[in-house]
Design a protein around this ligand. Structure first.
Ligand SMILES: [Zn+2]
Length: 147
């Protein structure tokens, strides 16, 4: 599913002009998360605050204020625990899926920033990083002692 299809399907959770701040490789995971939330939040009170990549993993940040106001303390604690647990599961899964294309991936810590990528995307990023280093060396901004 595309970002637009996902947002259209769960429009009530999003503010206007909402944008995912991560690669489309995680769209299926985002879709699963929203589908879970819509099942558990039958009154449609949860809002999505942010969907982004952080330290190589998917983060889905929610605004629970309206939901909390509408539940008893016990109901709220029960639903909060379920959501917290499930979001954590999806977050862990994102570390196994390439952020670019959704293929099987791994957390890569030796790029410009930490990313979860499949072998192919990782190789492309490594090559791009190496050619940037070569450019810097050739332009004299870096010496081999800096690397
Ligand atoms: Zn990939």
């Amino acid at each position: 599913m595309t970002e637009k299809e996902i947002i259209d399907k769960y429009k009530y959770m999003f503010l206007d002009n909402f944008k995912f701040e991560c690669g489309s490789g995680w769209n299926s995971l985002i879709y699963l998360t929203l589908s879970f939330l819509s099942d558990i939040d039958t009154k449609k009170l949860i809002e999505i605050f942010q969907i982004k990549e952080k330290l190589g993993g998917l983060r889905i940040n929610l605004n629970y204020d309206k939901l909390k106001e509408n539940l008893s303390k016990e109901e709220w604690e029960d639903i909060f625990n379920k959501i917290f647990w499930q979001l954590n599961q999806f977050e862990q899964l994102s570390y196994t899926l390439c952020e670019n294309d959704g293929k099987s991936g791994k957390l890569r810590k030796d790029l410009d920033w930490i990313q979860t990528l499949c072998d192919d995307c990782y190789k492309l990023e490594r090559d791009a990083l190496n050619s940037r280093l070569v450019d810097l060396l050739c332009s004299g901004l870096l010496t081999s002692n800096d690397i």
